[in-house]
Design a protein around this ligand. Structure first.
Ligand code: GUN
Length: 314
C-alpha cells in the first residue's frame, strides 16, 4: 500500500457496480506545500526589512508526546524562517506562575503569537489559563472570544487541527455541500470546533453535521449513514470497514502511541481507523501518520503569519 503518494487510485475495486477511485489525502505533501508558501512570504518580509513572525510555545512538565509535538512546532518555525521560543516550565509549576508567564508573553511585543501545550498538570485550571492568553496572540484559537468568532463566521484564528482538515478538504476539492458529516468525539480542540466548521456556510462546509460522543446511542448506525466521517476519538482501530458506507470520506485524527518493542522508539503511532480495510471502501482517506498530523503544524504556522500581519497593521 502506497501511503505517501498524493493520489492513489484503485480502479480495480468495484462497489455498487460503479468504478471506485480512492484518493489518499496526503497531509505530508500538502503541509510541505503550505510551508513552502509561508517560506516565500517570510522571504518577502525579510527582503522588505520587516520583522519576521515569532511564535512561542509554553510546555509545562515532561510528557513525552507533548515534548515531541512542541519540538516539531519549533523545527517547523525554523524551516519557514520564523523566530521561535520554547518556554519550558517544571511539572510543579503553579497556576499563578503560569499566569505570570502568560502575562509576560502577552506584553512582549516581539512575540506575535503563542500556545500553551495541552494537557496541563492537574494543579492548573486549563480554562483559566486559556482565557489569560490575549486573543490577538491566541494562534491556537482556544480563547472563548476567538472560538465565538469562529462560530459566528467572523475572521479569527481557527484551531490548527480543524483548520488543517478544512485545508485538506479544500485542496483536494472534496465535496462537502449537503453531505452528512459525522464527527466522533467532542473535544474542545478537535471535535467541537470541527462540528461547527463543517456546518458553516461556504466551502468546505454546508454539511449536515452529527456530533457523536460517549453517550451517543446507536453510534454505529449513525456512522453507517455518514458521507464524511471525522474520527477524533483516540481509540486505535476503532473505525472498521463494515461501519462505513461505500465511497465515504474518512478523516482520521487519532494519534495514539501503541507500544511496539520491534521499533527503535518502542511505540508506533496509530490512528482511529483500520486503514488497511477502510481504505478499500473509502473515496478519500487520511493516513496515520502523514495525514492530519502534519497539517496541524502547518496551520499553526499559518495562524502565526496571520498574527504577524495583524500586529503590523495595528
Ligand atoms: N495538545 C494536543 N493538541 C494540541 C494543540 O493543537 N494545541 C495545543 N496547545 N496543545 C495541544
Amino acid at each position: 500500500m502506497k501511503l505517501n503518494g498524493s493520489d492513489y487510485h484503485r480502479p480495480d475495486v468495484q462497489h455498487n457496480n460503479s468504478l471506485t477511485t480512492m484518493t489518499i489525502l496526503d497531509g505530508k505533501k500538502v503541509s510541505n506545500d503550505i510551508k513552502d508558501e509561508i517560506t516565500a512570504e517570510v522571504k518577502k518580509m525579510k527582503d522588505n526589512g520587516e520583522k519576521v513572525p515569532h511564535l512561542a510555545a509554553v510546555i509545562v512538565g515532561n510528557d513525552g508526546a507533548s515534548l515531541t509535538y512542541v519540538g516539531s512546532k519549533v523545527r517547523a518555525c525554523e524551516r519557514v524562517g520564523f523566530e521561535s521560543t520554547m518556554v519550558r516550565l517544571s511539572n510543579t509549576t503553579s497556576e499563578i506562575e503560569l499566569l505570570d508567564k502568560i502575562e509576560e508573553l502577552n506584553n512582549n511585543e516581539d512575540i506575535d503569537g503563542f500556545i500553551i501545550q495541552l494537557p496541563l498538570p492537574p494543579q492548573i485550571n486549563t480554562q483559566k489559563v486559556l482565557m489569560a492568553v490575549h486573543p490577538d496572540k491566541d494562534v491556537d484559537g482556544f480563547h472563548p472570544m476567538n472560538f465565538g468568532k469562529m462560530a459566528l463566521d467572523m475572521s479569527t484564528f481557527i484551531p490548527a487541527t480543524p483548520f488543517g482538515i478544512l485545508e485538506l478538504l479544500d485542496r483536494y476539492n472534496v465535496d462537502t455541500k449537503g453531505k452528512h458529516t459525522v464527527v466522533i468525539g467532542r473535544s474542545h480542540i478537535v471535535g467541537r470546533p470541527m462540528s461547527i466548521l463543517m456546518g458553516r456556510k461556504g466551502f468546505p462546509g454546508n454539511s449536515t453535521v452529527t456530533l457523536t460522543h460517549s453517550h451517543t446511542k446507536n453510534i454505529t448506525q449513525i456512522i453507517s449513514q455518514a458521507d464524511i466521517v471525522i474520527s477524533a476519538l483516540g481509540v486505535p482501530n476503532f473505525l472498521k470497514a463494515e461501519m462505513v458506507k461505500d465511497d465515504a470520506v474518512i478523516i482520521d485524527v487519532g494519534i495514539t502511541r501503541v507500544p511496539d518493542e520491534t521499533l527503535p522508539k518502542g511505540y508506533k503511532i496509530t490512528g482511529d481507523v483500520d486503514f488497511e480495510n477502510v481504505s478499500k471502501k473509502a473515496s478519500y482517506i487520511t493516513p496515520v501518520p502523514g495525514g492530519v498530523g502534519p497539517m496541524t503544524i502547518a496551520m499553526l504556522l499559518k495562524n502565526t503569519l496571520l498574527a504577524r500581519e495583524r500586529h503590523r497593521l495595528l
